[in-house]
Ligand binder design. Structure first.
Ligand SMILES: [Zn+2]
Length: 161
């Protein structure tokens, strides 16, 4: 049996007059992500974990942020493309475990929506997708509400025929 583990990390700066989209869910807040795409830190960390598990580089290699093609692109589309890539390498996801670190806004009311959306995007059961949210205890850029961070660990298994 062939298992692979991957880890992913991302951080994006918060700016006024931007949408805040995490896990594909729009969250009402006075600020949103400054990024080339929609800046969805959670999905970006998942993409990096998936690519890392199969040793295929990172999100920047596959979807360069200086490429106009990816300007303001929905991260869920990038996730779909990554899942296709994982599949062509004959791997499937066993589970993924993630953390979102945000001082504000309070994310707990949106966690179930994010899990449902990720289950839909990945074709997994909700019990294979874990999302945990925490603050940064007021410390550093995240704690000062200047950025939001996310990280992910994923386990893949070779598809057997
Ligand atoms: Zn990102």
């Amino acid at each position: 049996m062939d298992y692979r583990i991957g880890s992913g990390y991302d951080i994006h700066k918060l700016e006024e007059n931007r949408k805040l989209i995490i896990g594909g869910i729009e969250i009402p807040y006075e600020k949103g992500f400054l990024a080339h795409s929609d800046g969805d830190v959670l999905i970006h960390s998942i993409i990096d974990a998936l690519l890392g598990a199969v040793a295929l580089g990172d999100i920047g290699t596959h979807f360069p942020d200086n490429d106009e093609k990816y300007k303001n692109i929905k991260s869920s589309i990038l996730l779909k493309k990554t899942l296709d890539l994982i599949k062509t390498h004959k791997y499937k996801i066993i589970n993924l475990d993630t953390n979102i670190i945000a001082q504000k806004p309070k994310l707990s009311p949106y966690i179930e929506d994010m899990r449902n959306n990720l289950a839909f995007l990945t074709n997994l059961n909700k019990n294979q997708i874990s999302i945990k949210a925490k603050t940064n205890e007021q410390m550093d850029a995240v704690g000062e509400c200047k950025a939001i961070e996310a990280n992910c660990v994923v386990l893949l298994k070779k598809i057997e025929y």
